[in-house]
Design a protein around this ligand. Structure first.
Ligand code: PLP
Length: 407
């Protein structure tokens, strides 16, 4: 009789992992307060309070809360004043919005490879890709693991480049004792529903620079200025303010973050210690200087050879059948249909879309991660108990022992 759940055997685990989002009285009270105040948007104080608290938590001076992480990236790039048609260096192992935000800011994504051990942008690849037209870098703190911000910043300084951190997965993460979001000229965070702090949708821009703060505020507020009258507009802005309901929920969620982050860190370390003993599964390396990791995702590398040639896709199916949710993650951004023919997109000026030909791009570490190695667990699983982590390990060991059933 088959042992593996995929073949009809009994799964290792039948109970679910913790559900997400986590909420309680705090969120209910906060929502009720806004509802009953009658001030649901402009004129309330929750948005400003959240901006202040979130910025303080990251030891940054200013925050501008916006509708989502994509808007936070777009507005950051616009506020930085990067001339249209300039290139922006970024990894291709990230969510689509990192690149589309650049396109929406009339900029040209230039993809470089990731470090094979951490999957964050490789600083030496960044430096090698610098040409006259490059004006900015977007390091992505993928999975919540900070990119090497000291190296990125020193490259940026040397070549006079803007740095916009994509911290959409990295609330509270730290590089060398300093919070992400405090390294770049600007940083973007997301509060979309899967994120470690969420209001369903939402985002924030952080910066230490007063001028960039005022410009980002203005771009996200229809081009108004902080001191100007309501119907005075100084630049062609857009409207991506969040509501008071979102800000109220985010305040409550932010107060949950430190404790939840500690749990995720503990479970991730424990899981890493156990998985490291299994030949063929290699947790991503956590750099020594990643003094806090946000663990939006827990990523490990799978080796098909160590599992008798079992494909990563089949392994994932077997793991899911054992009661362990798991996904394959990204494909390289430059291979996405969205990037195949940008000349067709009417709103992108021809002079800019002509520079966006990705047909020859091929980044080996990114492709290995996307097509061969990477497997993801989500942050909510890390909110489970240490025993829950042991179930993950038991399921992987079980698949390994009975791999013949699948070959
Ligand atoms: C790395 C990264 N960048 C940008 C975004 C965009 O954020 P949002 O979904 O809030 O627009 C996300 C969210 O999924 C992300 O993970």
């Amino acid at each position: 009789m088959a042992k593996l759940a995929l073949k009809g055997g009994r799964p290792v685990r039948e109970k679910p992992f913790p559900s997400w989002p986590v909420y309680g009285e705090e969120e209910l009270e906060a929502l009720k307060e806004v509802l009953e105040s009658g001030v649901w948007g402009v004129g309330g104080n929750k948005k400003a309070e959240f901006e202040k608290r979130f910025a303080e938590y990251h030891r940054v001076k200013y925050g501008v809360a916006v509708t989502n992480g994509t808007a936070a990236l777009e507005i950051s790039l616009r506020a930085a004043g990067i001339p249209a048609g300039s290139s922006v260096i970024m990894p291709a192992y990230t969510f689509m919005a990192t690149a589309t935000a650049a396109i929406y800011a009339n900029l040209v994504p230039k993809f470089v490879d990731i470090d094979p051990d951490t999957y964050t942008i490789d600083p030496s690849a960044v430096e090698a890709a610098i040409t006259e037209d490059v004006k900015a870098i977007i390091p992505v703190h993928i999975a919540g693991c900070p990119a090497d911000m000291e190296k990125i910043n020193s490259i940026a300084e040397k070549y006079n480049l803007v740095v916009v951190e994509d911290a959409c997965q990295a609330w509270g993460a730290e590089w060398n004792g300093r919070k992400v979001g405090s390294y770049g000229d600007l940083a973007a965070f997301s509060f979309q529903s899967s994120k470690n702090i969420t209001s369903g949708e939402g985002g924030i821009i952080l910066t230490d620079n007063r001028k960039l703060y005022e410009t980002a505020w203005s771009y996200s507020n229809c081009g108004r200025s902080m001191e100007g009258a309501w119907y005075e507009h100084f630049i062609p802005g857009t409207n991506c303010r969040i509501t008071e309901f979102q800000a109220a929920i985010l305040l409550a969620q932010l107060s949950r973050l430190p404790e939840q982050s500690e749990i995720r860190e503990d479970r991730a370390r424990y899981l890493t210690s156990l998985l490291s003993k299994i030949d063929g599964v290699t947790p991503l390396k956590r750099p020594e200087k990643a003094t806090k990791h946000a663990y939006h995702l827990y990523i490990f590398k799978y080796s098909s050879e160590a599992f008798g040639g079992l494909s990563r896709e089949k392994f994932r199916e077997a793991l899911v059948a054992e009661g362990i949710p798991c996904s394959l993650g990204y494909t390289p951004l430059y291979r996405a249909p969205a990037f195949q023919n940008l000349k067709r997109i009417p709103f992108i000026p021809k002079s800019i879309s002509e520079k966006m030909d990705y047909s020859e791009v091929s980044l080996p570490n990114t492709e290995r991660a996307c097509y061969k190695e990477a497997l993801w667990f989500t942050q909510r699983m890390l909110l489970g108990s240490r025993e829950d982590m042991e179930d993950i390990v038991a399921a992987i060991e079980k698949i390994k022992e009975n791999v013949d059933e699948l070959l």
